[in-house]
Design a binder for this molecule. Structure first.
Ligand code: ZN
Length: 372
């Protein structure tokens, strides 16, 4: 399968990356844009292009192993706890001087690169200033503004954006066999996130979670303060539950990779990789789950504003149109938009490692305040 075949939309980003592989790559790239639009998947594809002897054939064993995250010349760094720490970066700084093990490059993918703390960022800067010829860094982030300007200025920027509903719907029809109408409905609900749209299309658990979230959003105007606190707990528990369910897929992938493993040394490496990946995926699943909460809450109050303004055809949650019509007070557009703004404020705070449980409660109470 050719490189980037699974990335939906993102023409600008893919043009930059393909040109880069064809003309000679830079040492550092910044993949930035919202969650769920394929930045991480594109980072693995691009890394395959950097390592593959012919610039990313998509067919060879190097390409396959990089894409599966088990190639020894590709290291993935992600926050351990809340931050990417200076110890993690020091290890990279030592490691980067070594020759590649097998391929023509050493690639470091830094997930949630914005979570480098200051010490880590300064240590990283040293390597970024004078990297060895074979070294390439791919910084992946949804909060580029939180990175040091001195780091940003040394990276080639590769922007990713939300995917438009028609493009997303075409993808869902092709990959999940949905009818056009169903595909468009999920595409609108997902608000530009490919990952979330595919989950909604393929996973009954994701659809159930969305309905629960809408149920909670609808309760905020009438709940007591105590009930609102409980709601924050319930939402957080549900997000963690969903994260656990997603980890089952990681376990299945590990079993597949172990079957491919040629000897005990490779097996041990795969075990270790998956231990790290498990931790990383769990954290990322919780982040994605919280993003889903925000998206759903913001979407619900946006829809109430849209219906209150009499523009029913523009709602995102079409399957709830009846409820929206019943619950939207005419003349309350400003109020609903204030609630959307309250959710977005929480979203911003989440990017900077604010305690999730507290932020959820804060979001619920500020929505309620906006609605009063
Ligand atoms: Zn290849």
């Amino acid at each position: 399968m050719s490189l980037f075949a699974d990335i939906v939309g993102q023409e600008l980003a893919l043009t930059i990356l393909r040109r880069s592989l064809a003309t000679g790559p830079a040492h550092a790239y910044l993949f930035w844009g919202p969650l769920g639009v394929g930045k991480e998947a594109a980072a693995y594809e691009f890394a395959a292009g950097l390592c593959c002897a012919v610039g990313g054939c998509g067919q060879c064993d190097t390409c396959r192993r990089v894409r599966e995250g088990i190639h020894p010349d590709v290291e993935v760094l992600a926050p351990e706890g809340a931050f990417i720490t200076v110890d993690q970066i020091r290890e990279v700084n030592r490691d980067v001087a070594l020759r590649p093990f097998e391929s023509r490059a050493r690639v470091y993918i830094l997930l949630d690169a914005h979570s480098m703390n200051k010490e880590a960022a300064n240590a990283f800067l040293k390597t970024l200033e004078e990297p060895p010829g074979h070294a390439h860094f791919i910084l992946v982030t949804s909060a580029a503004e939180a990175l040091l300007p001195t780091i940003l200025s040394r990276c080639q920027r590769v922007p990713f954006s939300r995917v438009g509903a028609p493009v997303l719907a075409r993808h869902l029809t092709a990959c999940c066999g949905l009818s056009e109408l169903e595909a468009l409905a999920f595409a609108r609900v997902a608000q530009g996130s490919v990952t979330y749209a595919c989950e909604l299309a393929q996973d009954a658990g994701a659809r159930a979670q969305r309905e629960r979230l809408i149920g909670w959003a609808r309760r905020i105007p009438t709940d007591s303060p105590l009930e609102m606190q409980h709601m924050a707990d319930e939402i957080f528990t549900s997000v963690e539950g969903r994260a656990e369910a997603k980890l089952e897929a990681v376990a299945a992938a590990k079993d597949r990779d172990l079957e491919w493993a040629a000897n005990a040394r490779v097996k041990a490496r795969i075990e270790k990789l998956y231990e790290l990946r498990g931790k990383r995926e769990r954290r990322r699943a919780v982040t994605a789950g919280l993003d889903e909460v925000m998206r759903t809450f913001a979407g619900w109050y946006r829809d109430l504003a849209v219906v209150a303004a009499g523009a029913d055809e523009a709602v995102l949650n079409h399957d709830f149109l009846l409820e929206l019509r019943n619950e939207a007070f005419p003349g309350s557009v400003e109020t609903y938009l204030a609630a959307v703004k309250a959710v977005r404020g929480t979203m911003e705070r989440f990017r900077y490692n604010v305690d999730a449980r507290c932020a959820l409660e804060d979001m619920i109470f500020s929505i309620r305040e906006a609605l009063l």
